[in-house]
Design a binder for this molecule. Structure first.
Ligand code: NDP
Ligand code: GDR
Length: 344
């Protein structure tokens, strides 16, 4: 029976990846941080919280000694490093913490692998945020990096350390450069889920207006459940490598707002420009979205669109869920949750 470590089980991807590996017969050691109120709502929604092969392990990525012990005690042969301070907006407010967790944290695991068992296969959760300021489109594995946030810079460090441990010590370290991927399990601080949860609340009369930042930003959004399959395939390949996972379609945040309202049976018109832009419900004439510059970032990534051709040819991976289907799935989940009176 294969044994895998997943760091970040309380996050979106950790939950989906655990579900996938359990379905493949793995024993999964899934890590969570000690906090005063740990929340396992995602694995509860997936119904895997009591799976006999799922072992929840308390662990902090910033601690080298616990990284070493994690490798020693579990004897896992695959490590998926999904833990991170992953919110770009917060990384501007907490650049040092972001560097320690998102950047150096990965090196703690790489060092633990080097010390305990260099044969362990390692997946690093890299990101399209490393491309940052547009150098070329669509972005692919050899597109130059130009990160635009402390988060992007920290991830770029972890990416290069993964490549460096591969080249220096022969460690099977693969880096997945994943473009934005969303789902009903997405955190509410990220824009798609913020929008679908707000649309559900507006539809149910629990909220008047949602406020957003830069709605001109363009993103390549895919479905998270399909992306974790790509992570697993990277560690089953013959050689460690770097792969882009993306859909090769990009839309603005504004487009996603329109799509989400449509998913709830509402039509909206956009009026005004930049900071004064609003969306009006065409049926009632009420303002349901307005831009608030408070949500702007000090530096923005304007356009992301990824080319997943390498993943398709070498891993047989490709996305199947359209953005319309994904958005509808998220709106329906948030309608259900808000009707039931709770929403994480
Ligand atoms: P989430 O923010 O949902 O989850 C992050 C996880 O990391 C949480 O379980 C969090 O725990 C954990 N974590 C944070 N700090 C520490 C720490 N010091 N020690 C141990 N665990 C910690 O992220 P996603 O699931 O969306 O993303 C997974 C990974 O993929 C992240 O590394 C992210 O940066 C990266 N990524 C995500 C993309 C996306 O579109 N979703 C795209 C590209 C890359 P807690 O609940 O305690 O905060
Ligand atoms: P991103 O995702 O920064 O791409 O990082 P996010 O959903 O936070 O932002 C996407 C775009 O929407 C704009 N935006 C807003 N964003 C948020 N969160 N809230 C708002 O109110 C809002 N209004 C407009 C943002 O400015 C941005 O342009 C995500 C994370 O999951 C990272 O960890 C991951 O690496 C990348 O995706 C790929």
């Amino acid at each position: 029976m294969k044994k895998a470590i997943i760091t970040g089980i309380t996050g979106q991807d950790g939950a989906y990846l655990a579900e996938l590996l359990l379905s493949k017969g793995y024993t999964v050691y899934a890590t969570f941080r000690r906090t005063s109120s740990v929340n396992f709502w995602r694995i509860e929604e997936l119904g895997i919280q009591n799976h006999p092969n799922l072992h929840l392990v308390e662990y902090d990525l910033t601690d080298l000694s616990s990284s070493i012990r994690l490798l020693q005690t579990t004897e896992a042969t695959e490590v998926y490093n999904l833990a991170a301070q992953s919110f770009v907006g917060v990384s501007f407010e907490q650049p040092v913490t972001t560097a320690e967790i998102t950047g150096l944290g990965a090196v703690n695991l790489l060092e633990a692998i080097r010390i305990v068992n260099p044969k362990v296969r390692f997946y690093q959760a890299s990101t399209s945020e490393m491309f940052g300021k547009v150098q070329a489109v669509p972005q692919k594995e050899d597109t130059p990096f130009y990160p635009r946030s402390p988060y992007g810079v920290a991830k770029l460090y972890a990416h290069w350390m993964t490549v460096n441990y591969r080249e220096s010590y022969g460690i099977f370290g693969s880096s997945g450069i994943l473009f934005n991927h969303e789902s009903p399990l997405r955190g509410r601080e990220f824009v798609t889920r913020k929008i679908t949860d707000s649309v559900a609340k507006i539809k149910l009369g629990k909220l008047g207006v949602m406020e957003l930042g830069n709605i001109d930003a363009k993103r390549d959004w895919g479905f998270a459940k399909e992306y974790v399959e790509g992570m697993w395939r990277m560690l089953q390949a013959d050689e460690p490598d770097t792969f882009v996972l993306a859909t090769n379609r990009t839309e603005t945040v504004r487009d996603f707002v329109r799509m989400a309202f449509k998913g709830a049976g509402m039509d909206v018109d956009f009026q005004g420009k930049a900071e004064d832009e609003t969306a009006i419900d065409t049926a009632t004439g009420k303002t349901v979205m307005r831009v608030n510059p408070k949500f702007y970032r000090p530096a923005e990534v304007e356009l992301l669109i990824g080319d997943p051709a390498k993943a398709k040819s070498k891993l047989g991976w490709e996305p199947h869920t359209s953005l319309e289907q994904l958005c509808q799935m998220m709106v329906e989940a948030d309608m259900r949750r808000n009707q039931a009176g709770f929403s994480f």
